[in-house]
Design a protein around this ligand. Structure first.
Ligand code: HEM
Length: 395
């Protein structure tokens, strides 16, 4: 919180539980704990997750319709349009996350919010490394504008932004009861915006990249997902329950791109593999080491195999497979991320023929040298140029 710029007073209030007169359920919790509780409640299957997922899927559909219209309005549309895949996906998923959580008002206040975030996020590791301001002006500028936009957003009456997700309004009223200042409220929600939008875009990009570099896989997935599209619309249930190949590609993508580490504090001595880990120390469990372990995933663990989870479905429950962490801190955003990624991949393959342009491009480079929250980042300059043509053939 200090790194992001929240004031001393704001940090004190974030860990303050007293002074609440109005909440019966959580009056013993501080703001940081409440934020986590509300995220879990918002993302748990049921009405609240549906309130995020429903507009998110509608948004993806709309966005691809716009792309289709742009392709058609291009005088040379039979040659399709060529675009940068990661840029397009980042924009789509950031706007989707912004709208699902903050409603439409934030974009009215700052129409460039999405591109400001993309600018910020490309160098966000500078925040984690606590770079001196002088060396990261671009990041600081984008962050300042986003903070100003969020200040504008939270200055508006709640009735003007009632399309925000339940958890945003709930957390805001908890902050107001603790008398948190407007700049600190804005920074607190900036952190939340970052945690939501920093991750969602990477999964569909890596997934689609792996698919595009295996041409036979495109047709196999199209065939599998075809029944999810009918005159009645798109069926997320079909995609979730009847597409084992798509799910295998998803799990394998997470396996090879997961880059976080779970951190635990040892409250007692533990013996693991002939070693004693002493109480009082911190333990880091890096996913990458677990996911690339040949004892768990086989001799080809270092390479991408889209059939791995299809052929060995038990791997999904393997103790070494932990893309979303585990235990009490298991990522609550995993369902939203999975469903939006699968829907995006199915919808874009259904609507367009995608081809690398030029064909000679190399597979995008993972930024293994920088810290990242969730999945590994995409090295700047290694985005894929892809030609999209409206599909005329059916598999
Ligand atoms: C591919 C996308 C994502 C990946 C790989 C991912 C991964 C993770 C990991 C590894 C953790 C830490 C688990 C641990 O400490 O053991 C975590 C925690 C968390 N994630 Fe995600 N995440 C993703 C997307 C999201 C999204 C979209 C949201 C919100 C909408 C979200 C919300 C959270 C929250 C609130 C926590 C903290 C849970 C806690 O401490 O109780 N995640 N995530």
């Amino acid at each position: 919180m200090k790194t992001i710029g929240i004031s001393k007073e704001g940090i004190k209030k974030a860990f303050q539980s007293e002074g609440v007169t109005n909440t019966a359920r959580h009056d013993d919790k501080h703001l940081v704990a409440l934020c986590k509780i509300y995220q879990v409640q918002q993302l748990y299957p049921g009405k609240r997750l549906h309130e995020l997922l429903h507009p998110a899927l509608a948004y993806i559909n709309r966005r691809l319709d716009v792309l289709e219209a742009n392709t058609l309005s291009n005088p040379a549309h039979e040659g399709g349009i060529t675009l940068s895949l990661y840029s397009m996906i980042s924009e789509t998923f950031t706007e989707l996350g912004q709208e699902a959580y903050f409603g439409k008002t934030l974009a009215e206040i700052e129409p460039k919010m999405v591109s400001l975030f993309m600018d910020f996020d490309a160098v966000a590791w500078q925040v984690l490394y606590q770079y001196p301001t002088l060396l990261c002006r671009r990041m600081v500028r984008s962050k300042a504008r986003m903070q100003a936009a969020l200040e504008g957003y939270f200055s508006r009456p709640v009735k003007d932004r009632s399309d925000a997700a339940w958890m945003i309004l709930e957390l805001e009223s908890d902050m107001n009861r603790r008398d948190v200042s407007l700049p600190d409220i804005a920074l607190f929600f900036f952190q939340l915006y970052w945690s939501i939008n920093g991750n969602m875009k990477k999964a569909p990009f890596w997934m689609l990249s792996f698919i595009l570099f295996r041409p036979g896989l495109v047709d196999a997935i199209r065939k599998e997902v075809q029944p999810a599209f009918s005159a009645d619309g798109f069926s997320m249930d079909y995609l979730s329950n009847s597409c084992p190949l798509l799910h295998s590609v998803w799990d394998e993508t997470l396996r090879v791109t997961a880059f976080a580490a779970s951190v635990r504090f040892l409250t007692e001595d533990v013996r693991i593999g002939g070693k004693i880990l002493r109480r009082g120390n911190r333990l880091m469990i890096p996913q990458r080491q677990l996911h690339f372990n040949p004892h768990a995933f086989g001799e080809d663990a270092a390479s991408f195999n889209h059939k791995r989870f299809l052929e060995q479905s038990k791997l999904k429950k393997h103790s070494s497979f932990r893309p979303f962490g585990g235990g009490t801190t298991l990522c609550p955003g995993r369902r939203l991320t999975e469903k939006t990624s699968l829907a995006f991949v199915a919808m874009i393959l259904q609507k367009f023929d995608l081809e690398l342009e030029p064909h000679t491009q190399s597979f995008p480079i993972a930024t293994e040298g920088n810290p990242s929250i969730g999945l590994v980042d995409v090295e700047q300059g290694s985005d894929l140029k892809v030609n999209l043509r409206i599909r005329t053939t059916v598999v």
